[in-house]
Structure formats: structure tokens, C-alpha cells
Design a protein. Structure first.
Ligand code: SAH
Length: 208
């Protein structure tokens, strides 16, 4: 598997059929997801690791982790329609690949529990429900010492502050710009440029 191959496989995944505005549903761009996961894998955070994908949607981040040889991926998502597409994506890939173990949890993020090597997420940006982006971070810090989270670049300062308050250090910030097909209603599709920043953070004072 190369980074390009991973990106190609992620490009083929089905996206949200009818993205729900209130849940801020949009799929992480396949090239961006591949680059981030590739980079984390090189640092030893994917292969043989247990990973939780919070707000998994149609699965890009978690599926990419499975393809890179995670030990187990937990997909947590509250929207049944997204879960349906996620399952279709997994079934389609399983025709060709032997995927590692995974579990799908249909639940609100506030019910997440357990202990994981890594949390990955592209949470709602917090434009529809105030502070939901930091709520996802608060929850992730209870589950793991290593977090990869994707946010709107414009909210960068505030995300950074949230991590620092939780005593997590920012190891890296990756900035991307890409066009997003935004469904305005059932008929009209508009392309819009979006700037995102992915944070890789780790709890302070950890040994491994
Ligand atoms: N992780 C996917 C989808 C990102 S969109 C990807 O990277 O492509 C954000 C996702 O969070 C959506 O699927 C949305 O349904 C989900 N979500 C929003 N609020 C949630 C909540 N409170 N609990 C669980 N999932 C939530």
C-alpha cells in the first residue's frame, strides 16, 4: 500500500447521500485523509493500534486506518443514514481486502467510553451547534492520549487553547485547502473552497 493507493481507495468510498446540515456532515477529502493517516502511521500510531473514529460518518478516516493495518477500529456515529453508507463502504471493501477487526457504535459522542491508542475525528465545526467541536475534543481526551482532529482553520486558536487546557501538547498542525461540493438543496450543487487544519496532539508527560 502506498499513500497514493490509499487515497485512490478512499476516493472510491460513497459519501453522505443527503448531508444533514445540522450535523455538519461532510466527508474528509480522500487525499487529505490519506496524507494525515500516512503521516501518523509513519510515526507508529496506526498499525496494530486500537483506534476510535468519533463522528465517523461514511468512514473515510476509520476505513483508511483499517487499510493501514490498525488492530481494531471503532466507528462511532449517531446518524443512521451515515451508518448505512458506512456499512456499504465496508462491505464493498471486504470483497477485495481482508480488513482488521472493527465495530460500529450507533450513538451520540457523549456516550463514548473505553481506552484507545488513538482517536481520529473530523467533528462538526461548531457552526450549527455551538461548542460541539470542543465537546468532541473534551470527550476524546477522556479516551486516549493521542488525538488527530480536523477543524476549520479559522477556529485554530480556539482549538489550540482547548488542547492546552486539557494538558495536551500540539505535536503538529497540517493545513489544507480544498474544494468542497456543498449540497445547498436537492437540486443545486455549489463548489466552495474550505481551509482546514488538522491537529495531532498528545497528552503531556507520557512515556510512549
Ligand atoms: N468522519 C467523517 C465525517 C465527518 S462529518 C469524515 O471524516 O469523512 C461529522 C460527523 O459527525 C457526521 O457524520 C455527523 O453525523 C457526526 N456527528 C455530529 N454530531 C454528532 C454527535 N453528537 N455524536 C456523534 N456523531 C455526531
Amino acid at each position: 500500500m502506498s499513500q497514493k493507493h490509499l487515497a485512490r481507495l478512499l476516493q472510491k468510498l460513497k459519501e453522505f447521500e443527503k448531508p444533514k446540515i445540522k450535523l455538519e456532515q461532510y466527508t474528509t477529502n480522500a487525499d487529505v485523509a490519506a496524507e494525515l493517516l500516512w503521516s501518523l502511521n509513519l510515526r507508529g500510531h496506526i498499525q496494530n493500534k486500537t483506534i476510535i473514529d468519533l463522528g465517523a460518518g461514511t468512514g473515510t478516516l476509520g476505513i483508511g486506518s483499517l487499510l493501514l493495518g490498525a488492530k481494531k477500529v471503532i466507528f462511532l456515529e449517531k446518524d443512521e443514514d451515515a451508518i448505512k453508507t458506512l456499512k456499504e463502504n465496508l462491505e464493498q471493501l471486504e470483497k477485495e481486502y481482508e480488513l482488521p477487526k472493527y465495530e460500529i457504535i450507533s450513538s451520540d459522542v457523549t456516550n463514548a467510553e473505553g481506552e484507545f491508542d488513538l482517536a481520529i475525528m473530523n467533528p462538526p465545526f461548531g457552526t450549527k451547534i455551538k461548542k460541539i467541536d470542543t465537546l468532541f475534543i473534551d470527550i476524546a481526551t477522556k479516551l486516549t492520549k493521542n488525538i488527530l482532529s480536523i477543524h476549520k482553520t479559522i477556529t485554530k486558536e480556539h482549538i489550540q487553547k482547548t488542547y492546552l487546557e486539557h494538558n495536551y501538547k500540539i505535536i503538529d498542525i497540517f493545513n489544507f485547502k480544498y474544494s468542497l461540493k456543498k449540497t445547498q438543496d436537492h437540486h443545486e450543487k455549489k463548489v466552495k473552497i474550505i481551509e482546514v487544519s488538522a491537529f495531532f496532539t498528545q497528552k503531556n508527560n507520557k512515556i510512549n
